[in-house]
Unconditional design. Structure first.
Length: 327
């Protein structure tokens, strides 16, 4: 029997395969997360995230310049303060660690686009993402503080803010305070569907943000739920979110796909610390080929509908795009 349809025709050469590629990526869609800490002359490797470091502000220019040179144009700062208290006051202090980082970055590597993670867990003595009422995180009391954090980051030089706390109403509170202070053009990238995940362990080690008691399941999402994610997405859009983020990425490709199909704003995904650590550990043991897994997993996230990818492999991915391995 004569075969009319031969899908293999379009796989015969590298040029043809790339020509008909359905999923395309660009370095401009990558965001590189960076940990900044107090102190001087510090570049401290994170044990659970080999190849990732905590930087003091005076060493920050090194990683920023390396990132820009790789072709990655956007970074997100996570701060590690020396002092923590019950209300996380270091998160909105004028001389707070990320505020100093934003000023340093704006002055020394102005071509980079700077994003601030808006949360309290790194700054509170109890490690939770908001203000406590006993052992419970008080949603409404927390909103005022989150808005103050976002405003302080923008005043220090952040081009975008990204609330990651998962309090109900926080996008609206942030939007209102930014607008009242003349920052109506600063976008909000909301961690709209952030799941209570086991993939965050290395990050909590890196940032010292593990909760002192209990867990975050009363505000982060139950990973059994898919429809609930869309409720969160549309709620944040109604409050003024400009970009919607899904976190983590790899175990939530279905949520990324459904979100991308349902909304008309950009969809971001955060390939989190545990995803990074799994690839690094497997490669160290010789069980997997690191380069291939980095490319394949990132492509799967874009294929699911992601437009913007936060990843600790951002600089490696930029290099693989230059080599034509992906993109």
């Amino acid at each position: 029997m004569e075969m009319i349809h031969r899908p293999r025709r379009l796989r015969r050469s590298p040029v043809l395969r790339k020509m008909v590629r359905e999923t395309r990526m660009d370095k401009s869609s990558l965001i590189y997360p960076i940990f900044v800490m107090e102190g001087t002359n510090i570049k401290q490797e994170i044990p659970t995230m080999p190849g990732q470091y905590r930087y003091s502000v005076d060493r920050l220019s090194e990683v920023l310049q390396e990132t820009a040179a790789a072709g990655v144009s956007s970074v997100m700062f996570f701060g590690i303060p020396d002092h923590k208290d019950s209300c996380g006051s270091g998160a909105w202090a004028e001389d707070g660690i990320v505020q100093k980082a934003f000023r340093k970055a704006k002055a020394e590597v102005p071509e980079l686009y700077l994003i601030g993670d808006v949360c309290m867990c790194e700054y509170t003595s109890h490690g939770h993402c908001g203000i406590l009422d006993g052992d419970y995180v008080d949603n409404d009391k927390t909103l005022e503080y989150l808005a103050k954090i976002a405003l302080s980051q923008v005043q220090a030089g952040a081009d975008m803010v990204a609330p990651s706390d998962m309090m109900d109403g926080r996008v609206g509170a942030i939007r209102q305070l930014l607008d009242e202070n003349g920052y109506c053009n600063v976008p909000i990238m909301s961690y709209a569907a952030k799941y209570a995940s086991g993939f965050y362990g290395p990050f909590r080690d890196a940032a010292g943000s593990a909760p002192a008691f209990g867990d975050r399941k009363s505000y982060q999402m139950d990973y059994h739920n898919r429809r609930e994610a869309m409720k969160e997405v549309f709620s944040d859009l109604d409050e003024g979110a400009d970009i919607i983020m899904i976190k983590p990425a790899l175990s939530y490709l279905d949520v990324i796909r459904e979100t991308a199909d349902a909304i008309d704003v950009p969809v971001a995904a955060y390939s989190v610390s545990g995803e990074y650590a799994l690839i690094k550990a497997g490669a160290k043991l010789g069980y997997i080929e690191e380069e291939k897994l980095i490319c394949e997993t990132a492509t799967s996230i874009y294929r699911a509908g992601c437009n913007i990818l936060l990843t600790y492999f951002a600089r490696e991915l930029a290099g693989y795009m230059d080599k034509g391995l992906i993109g």
